[in-house]
Write a protein that binds this ligand. Structure first.
Ligand code: PLP
Length: 452
């Protein structure tokens, strides 16, 4: 192999990193990750790093599972590629589709494949418009999404997303997308209780439907728990009210399960955790535990019926239902099932990890709004806890905190003024203790640096 310095030099010379200030990155040099095992990463200097972000919220079964490598290898030898466009299909896509129908909530018996979550979100824009047009309502086009939501980086995904800094680059959103507030009680709740605020935030959907005219509204989309927006766990009243409004006005409910799907909340899908009944669910990430790119849209029978009877749906990707990706995803889901990874995480580890997380941070002077759900963990860095005063430059504060974590061999993520984590679902009790101990050590170090 090359030395770390050689890697960094070549990386700086030839690689533009996603979501990065490349000049700043190159001045500093990127960490070179060379290997993964369980919840740990190793870098080119031999450091062992606790990956409390599961890569990008995706390596749910942990790094280094031979079975997935074996599935990819065997499938590449057997049939590395074929498509399903023109009256053909193949065993891996059939196996995965029927397995997904087994693990998905009742009524989700069909799937459309993409390579990523972004493409899944692009797909739903075309799919819901096609659905309403097939039903004779082509003007029913607008999709209502949320501020600070994240639905990907394609033109469609970034338009559905509510990230202003993304909209500013490339003149987004495209027409036919509207946004309402995110259900973020800590930031927006004011004097309201979380329950009251949850209803208020949900009713913004009703107001928006009435403002746009229900005859023009196709669907509402949201992440059950907003991930990239900072692990925003909605008040318990929020989703039931959203469901009521969607039912009442007859608009489709779409759950972006790219992060929540495959166990993150403690249920197989975030929709199940909140007891909502979407008609479409976008999946990616945990579908293959990130071992290979694959995503898709799970389609409820009510929608599938119209798509099936509605003639051609002129949409698809060369790699839709890629045989190798399907074989890997199938092997991944079988491991989740066989080892009861989601159930064990939910029953045995998550409550213990939550207790450790709250124990470490509930009374920490630099921290407020300590939150957790399933294997989501988050906290907000605050200037003054008593008055809930937030830092003026919260996001640069959190970025500094993230650097301290990485220096201490812990990967956490900074979003706005929050520090967030989503460790692999295979994290053990001992590793949960290690994770929280490391996180506490890093936040303490930062508090000392700030003179707190
Ligand atoms: N939707 C959600 C909720 C996500 O978190 C992400 C990625 O983080 C996406 C969509 C986009 O997925 P991808 O990066 O696979 O295109």
């Amino acid at each position: 192999g090359r030395s770390t310095a050689q890697y960094q030099e070549l990386d700086a010379a030839h690689h533009i990193h996603p979501f990065s200030d490349t000049a700043a990155l190159n001045a500093h040099g990127s960490r070179v990750i060379t290997r993964g095992e369980g919840v740990y990463l190793y870098d080119s200097d031999g450091n062992k790093i606790f990956d409390a972000m599961s890569g990008l919220w995706c390596v749910n079964i942990g790094y280094g599972r031979q079975e997935l490598a074996e599935a990819a290898y065997q499938q590449m030898l057997q049939l590395p590629f074929y498509n399903t466009f023109f009256k053909t299909t193949h065993p891996p896509v059939i196996e995965l589709s029927s397995l997904l129908a087994q693990v998905a909530p009742e009524g989700f018996n069909h799937v459309f494949y993409t390579n990523s979550g972004s493409e899944g979100n692009d797909t739903i824009i075309r799919m819901v418009r096609h659905y309403w047009a097939t039903l004779g309502q082509p003007q029913k086009k607008t999709i209502i999404a949320r501020e600070n939501g994240y639905h990907g980086s394609t033109i469609g995904g970034a338009s559905l997303g509510g990230m202003h800094y993304m909209h500013e680059q490339g003149d987004l959103p495209i027409p036919g997308i509207a946004h309402i507030e995110q259900p973020y009680w800590y930031a927006n709740g004011g004097e309201l209780s979380p329950r009251e605020y949850g209803l208020k935030a949900a009713r913004a959907l009703e107001q928006k439907i009435l403002e746009l005219g229900v005859e023009n509204v196709a669907a509402f989309i949201g992440e059950p728990v907003q991930g990239a927006g900072g692990i925003i766990i909605p008040p318990s009243t929020y989703w039931p009210e959203i469901q009521r409004i969607c039912d009442h006005y007859g608009i489709l409910l779409i759950a972006d399960e790219v992060i929540c799907g495959f166990g993150r909340t403690g249920s197989w899908f975030g929709s199940q955790h909140y007891g909502i009944r979407p008609q479409l669910m976008i999946i990616a990430k945990g579908l293959s535990s990130g071992y290979i790119p694959i995503g898709g849209v799970l389609i409820h029978d009510t929608i599938a019926k119209v798509l099936i009877e509605g003639g051609d749906f002129n949409h698809g990707f060369t790699y839709s239902g890629h045989p190798v990706a399907c074989a890997v995803a199938t092997a991944n889901i079988r491991i989740l099932q066989k080892e009861r990874i989601i159930e064990r995480m939910n029953e045995e580890i998550a409550p213990y990890a939550a207790q450790l997380w709250h124990g470490a941070f509930d009374n920490h002077p630099l921290v407020d709004d300590v939150r957790s759900l399933g294997f989501f963990f988050a906290l907000t860095l605050v200037e003054d806890k008593a008055s809930r005063k937030r830092f003026e430059h919260g996001s640069s504060m959190a970025l500094r905190c993230r650097d301290i974590c990485l220096k201490n061999q812990l990967v956490m993520r900074a979003t706005g003024d929050s520090m967030i984590a989503a460790p692999p679902l295979v994290m053990t009790r001992a590793q949960a203790e290690e994770f929280v101990r490391l996180a506490k050590q890093c936040i303490d170090e930062y508090a000392r640096e700030l003179g707190k």
